[in-house]
Write a protein that binds this ligand. Structure first.
Ligand code: XUL
Ligand code: MN
Length: 347
């Protein structure tokens, strides 16, 4: 299929299978081998955390960080890959245990902003298009532990500091309603874009929608995407799937909710998302039961499902759809769509 779609994933999507209840079950794949896997799986873009690009960066000088980032950029060039995003990993450092930008301790907030600036420095060297903020611990386990009004102000302060640090940087907020916190402060794209509008340059703050995060918020991911697309603010996606309101599952795209996946692809097609140069990012995890030699199938399969659904969107009879809408015969519309997805005739 002749398609302008370009795909990305993060190195954490090739992983050892540890979960909160058990250790790793697969051996670690070296960076060099991960990079080789990208092209062979049909991917062109790499999603980075700052410390994926420069490991252990907290102990390193600015010069050392820049040198290592340049080495990583050369590696990407050698493999014909590009950096899509860079994200500050604020949630693993012990200082960020109760939030980073929204920590009660001003010294922790200062550290978090400084770390985000260093992430931007790495991002410039890698030539990535957007800095992504997944606000992992920016929320609470118990309501009373933070003052929410103040915390939202701290988030705006952090965004402003990042925007001032680099006049070209664009920041995409990745909303998620919970996990690891009980309640996160920025659970939906509406919250993210409302925050963006309070910064010193709202044109440089947009969003990244992850399918599973929207489902965890009880929302339809395609409507979340549409909200951002309408505003010209959907700058990346993390496609995956989620079976109900459980832990964050990061399943293969379409594996639990095929029709919901179809509608995500449909909205991206309607907005000509790919033609604007944005990547289709995947944030999927292999099942823990997968043996090492077949632990990359979740990436390949997610991409395949996406492309098959592009075909389904493009072959959907929109003329017939318009007639059914005009008649308000939504039962017919629904059955026609199900028949189209199942590849069966409409009798
Ligand atoms: C967390 C999540 C992260 C971010 C990248 O649920 O989705 O993988 O996407 O930090
Ligand atoms: Mn994600």
């Amino acid at each position: 299929m002749n398609t302008p779609y370009r795909f990305s994933f993060g190195p954490w999507n090739i992983h050892e299978g540890a979960d909160p209840f058990g250790p790793a079950v697969r051996s670690t794949i070296a960076w060099a081998n991960k990079l080789v896997a990208y092209k062979s799986l049909g991917f062109d873009g790499v999603q980075f955390h700052d410390d994926d690009a420069v490991p252990d960066l907290e102990g390193k000088s600015a010069t050392q960080i820049a040198d290592e980032a340049r080495q990583m950029k050369r590696l990407l060039d050698d493999h014909g890959l590009v950096a899509e995003i860079t994200a500050p990993r604020l949630w693993e450092d012990p200082r960020g245990i109760d939030g980073a930008f929204t920590a009660n301790d001003p010294a922790v907030r200062a550290w978090a902003i400084d770390r985000a600036k260093r992430c931007i420095d790495i991002h410039r060297i890698l030539g990535a298009k957007i800095v992504v903020l997944w606000l992992a611990r920016e929320g609470t386990y118990i309501r009373e532990s933070k003052t929410a009004i103040t915390a939202h102000g701290h988030l705006i302060d952090a965004l402003n500091a990042m925007l001032l640090h680099d006049p070209d940087v664009r920041i995409a907020i990745e909303p998620k309603p919970n996990e690891p916190m009980d309640h996160a402060y920025i659970p939906t794209i509406g919250h993210a874009l409302a925050l963006a509008h309070q910064t010193i340059d709202s044109t440089r703050v947009g969003g990244l929608i992850e399918s599973a995060h929207a489902l965890l918020a009880g929302l339809d991911p395609s409507d979340e995407m549409a909200f951002a697309l309408q505003a010209g603010k959907l700058w990346s996606v993390h496609l995956n799937d989620q079976n109900g309101l459980k832990y964050d599952q990061d399943k293969t795209f379409g594996a639990a909710n095929l029709r919901v996946a179809f509608n995500q692809v449909r909205v991206l097609e309607q907005a000509r998302y790919a033609e604007q140069g944005w990547f289709v990012g995947l944030d999927v995890k292999a099942m823990r039961t997968q043996k090492s030699p077949v632990a990359l199938k979740h990436l390949q399969n997610s991409r395949r499902v996406f492309l098959a659904l592009v075909e389904k969107v493009r072959t959907w009879d929109t003329q017939a759809e318009a007639e059914m809408i005009a008649q308000r015969d939504y039962e017919e519309l629904e059955m026609s769509l199900l028949a189209h997805l199942m590849g069966i005739g409409r009798d």
